[in-house]
Every structure is written in structure tokens, then in C-alpha cells.
Design a protein around this ligand. Structure first.
Ligand SMILES: [Mg+2]
Length: 251
């Protein structure tokens, strides 16, 4: 089981597959009603040093976890929000070629079940509903974004592939946030379930912290991640959490 943390920790938490169960489509994900309150409680205990680090945009992260808001990295680090609310976008102004948009639209028309999720600086192509299209999808996106493309790269995800800026990663996002208050000087713990989280975990280790894989530490179960967070929050608060915090989350 994952180790306990204390008030000098900085938490970096992936969202889908880590705090939330994976759903058939990104839109149908279910947020446990107790989760926003739990995160807010933890954020207060850690002096603000809690960040959501996701492939989703920060706008979507906020919508899902409403009314909770924290430091965040969206689209694998393309968008950053620091604890004081200031935001940063990197690399500024990098636009995806229009031809890619058209080409991906064509894929969704040709292959039912393929979903293209537009992002600020890229796309996610989901094939969860048509897993037999795995090879076709990869072939199609490789044709758009070759390995040596100077600005964009392909990012494998769970039953999806993303086209995103080469210059960013969850690791770069952790580094940027760790350079700023209240993260600076803390021991980071990054929790994630996916390939793109590995960069965030490596960054956390470079800062003397650790990376926890949901598959290894939590049996692949987001409910156990929430239970671990709730257990630590209770211990650090020196008593049970307020009642609106998670009966359901304490797995
Ligand atoms: Mg994930």
C-alpha cells in the first residue's frame, strides 16, 4: 500500500484513471460527490501544495471538480495554473495545422466509435469504443505526425493517442510548479495511471519525492486512491473529516 504523507508533502494528482474511474467516453466520467470536498480539505492541509495534472484542459478539470480549484496543469502541461491563480500557456501560440483537423474528422466518419477530442494545442483520438481500430488509428496519426516532427508529438494514452506539443510534458509541468510557492522545497508525490504520468513521476523523484503508479500501489482502483487520500487527510486533521467528506471515498 502507498506510504503515508505529511504536511510538508506536495501532491500532484492525475485525474482520469487515478482520482476518477475511466469511463467509456471522456464526457461520461463520474465524479464522486465527496471528491471536491476531499481535495479542498487536503489542499488546505498542504498549504495549497496540491495540483491536478491531467491531459484534460484546465477548464474541463474545473468543471469536473467544481467548486474545487487548485494549482493545475492541463493538456499534459500545455496550460499551467499556479497556486495564486496566475496562468501560463506554453508554448504560446502554437497552432495545430488545419489539415490535421480535417483529416481526423474524416477518420471519425470512416470508423464509427472513433472519437476526436479537440484540445487547445492538439487532439486526443479515442478508440475505447472501437478497440479493433487500434492499429488503424495509430497508422493514421503517425502519417500526420512523424517521429521527427519538430513541434508536435504523439502521446500514447489509455485506448487513445494524443497529438500534442513536443515542448511540454507532465514532467515539465511538475518542474514549473515545484519552482513556485507553495510547492518549492516540499517533497513531491505524483500519483498517476498512464504512460504520460511517467514523466511526472520521474520529475517528482528528481525533487527527492516519489511517483506512485495506480496499478502498482492501488490495485488499479481509483477508489483506493481516494481512500488513501481520505485516510491521510483524516490523520493529518487529527480526527474524522466533516461528514460531507467521503463515506464513499474511504475504500
Ligand atoms: Mg490518467
Amino acid at each position: 500500500m502507498a506510504p503515508d504523507f505529511d504536511r510538508t508533502t506536495a501532491l500532484f494528482l492525475d485525474l482520469d484513471g487515478t482520482l476518477l474511474e475511466i469511463a467509456a467516453t471522456p464526457e461520461t466520467v463520474v465524479v464522486p460527490p465527496s471528491l471536491p470536498a476531499l481535495l479542498e480539505h487536503l489542499r488546505a492541509l498542504l498549504g495549497g501544495a496540491l495540483a491536478i495534472v491531467s491531459g484534460r484542459s484546465i477548464v474541463t478539470i474545473d468543471q469536473l471538480l467544481k467548486p474545487f480549484k487548485s494549482a493545475a496543469a492541463g493538456e499534459h502541461g500545455v496550460g499551467l495554473r499556479f497556486n495564486d491563480g496566475t496562468t501560463e500557456e506554453m508554448p504560446a501560440g502554437l497552432a495545430v495545422p488545419d489539415a490535421w483537423r480535417d483529416s481526423l474528422k474524416e477518420l471519425t466518419e470512416r470508423w464509427p466509435g472513433i472519437l476526436v477530442e479537440p484540445k487547445q494545442h492538439g487532439f486526443a483520438v479515442h478508440y475505447r469504443l472501437a478497440p479493433e481500430r487500434h492499429d488503424d488509428v495509430w497508422k493514421a496519426v503517425r502519417a500526420l505526425v512523424p517521429d521527427d516532427h519538430p513541434l508536435f508529438r504523439l502521446i500514447p494514452a489509455r485506448e487513445a493517442v494524443e497529438i500534442g506539443p513536443r515542448a511540454t510534458s507532465k514532467g515539465v509541468a511538475v518542474e514549473r510548479l515545484m519552482a513556485d510557492s507553495p510547492f518549492r522545497g516540499r517533497r513531491p508525490i505524483f500519483v498517476g495511471d498512464d504512460f504520460t504520468d511517467e514523466a511526472g513521476m520521474s520529475a517528482a523523484r528528481r525533487f527527492g519525492g516519489e511517483g506512485l503508479r495506480v496499478a502498482d500501489e492501488f490495485k488499479g482502483d481509483p477508489a483506493l486512491v481516494r481512500g488513501w487520500l481520505a485516510g491521510n487527510a483524516e490523520r493529518l486533521s487529527g480526527g474524522p473529516l466533516p461528514e460531507r467528506l467521503p463515506a464513499g471515498a474511504s475504500a
